[in-house]
Design a protein around this ligand. Structure first.
Ligand code: OAD
Length: 251
């Protein structure tokens, strides 16, 4: 099976990888569903919806700061690194990720669409175009909240409204331009690698089917079955940090 997938990659002109939390599991970033998943311990409706933020912005920020601390300690793993190298081998390669951890770029991937945003950015809740990069200028956005306790939601230095994490919450649409670019890449693909996602959150979960309907072959890399497994052309069972480098050795 690995050999056949390697042959399909070698023959492909356009490859799309769709990744989810599972690819970062071996970097120590918890997944959402399954054993040890965040949604087993926390309720998304209290932490990851616009209503939750309106009700208790400090609680939402506390949760995101806790996740930022975990992600700050994480390094890209062999799976992220393989995808970064694959980009250089394939004529057209697009990485579509649901992850907000930024580990794909840290591993060296360049053509990355972060469909659910990035945990290191925040933006003004009143003026969505006003964004802040909290990693390269950590603290700068939060300095505006110097009158608030460090546990409080930071405020926009320009207008004083609350800042929010620049991520997509449940009930929110994806950025239209990013989603359209992802759909175009999916329709253009000869081969789609679906890696470490439970494939239950839409619209991202529909991208492999869109690609398949347009003629692509679909490869799933996951430690367990998902709703996509039955329509995948190839299923590679195992942790992505092991499966992806093994695949690369056959290219
Ligand atoms: P999930 O946590 O739903 O799914 C993780 C998937 O990774 C599961 O299918 C696991 O079987 C698989 N997995 C775990 N460890 C793995 C490993 N080492 N190698 C390969 N696969 C592994 O994560 P997502 O599908 O990314 O959205 O979740 C989608 C969205 O739901 C997230 O972006 C987030 C979440 O709620 C929002 O917050 C809007």
């Amino acid at each position: 099976m690995l050999t056949r997938v390697a042959e399909a990659i070698a023959a492909a002109r356009a490859v799309v990888a769709v990744t989810g939390a599972g690819i970062s599991a071996e970097s120590g970033v918890p997944t959402f569903r399954g054993a040890g998943g965040l949604w087993k311990r926390f309720r998304p409706e209290q932490l990851a919806t616009p209503e939750a933020f309106a009700r208790d912005p400090d609680l939402v920020w506390e949760w995101y700061r806790w996740r930022r601390a975990m992600i700050a300690a994480a390094r890209p793993n062999a799976g992220h690194e393989m995808l970064a190298r694959l980009e250089a081998r394939v004529p057209r390669f697009t990485l579509l990720t649901q992850n907000v951890d930024g580990l794909h770029r840290l591993a060296g991937s360049r053509n990355v669409l972060e469909l659910h945003g990035n945990i290191w950015r925040s933006r003004c809740s009143a003026e969505p175009d006003r964004g802040f990069d909290d990693r390269s200028s950590r603290g700068q956005a939060e300095e505006a909240a110097s009158d608030a306790s460090p546990a409080a939601a930071p405020r926009c230095p320009s207008c004083g409204a609350r800042l929010r994490p620049d991520v997509v919450w449940f009930g929110e649409p994806l950025d239209t331009r990013v989603l359209e670019a992802a759909m175009a890449a999916a329709r253009d693909a000869d081969l789609v690698l679906v890696i470490g996602t439970s494939a239950v959150v839409y619209p991202v979960a529909a991208l492999p089917s869109i690609a398949r309907a347009a003629g692509a072959r679909v490869v799933e890399v996951n430690v367990e079955d998902t709703p996509l497994t039955s329509e995948a052309d190839f299923v590679l069972r195992g942790p992505s940090a092991i499966v992806l480098p093994a695949l690369e050795r056959l290219l």
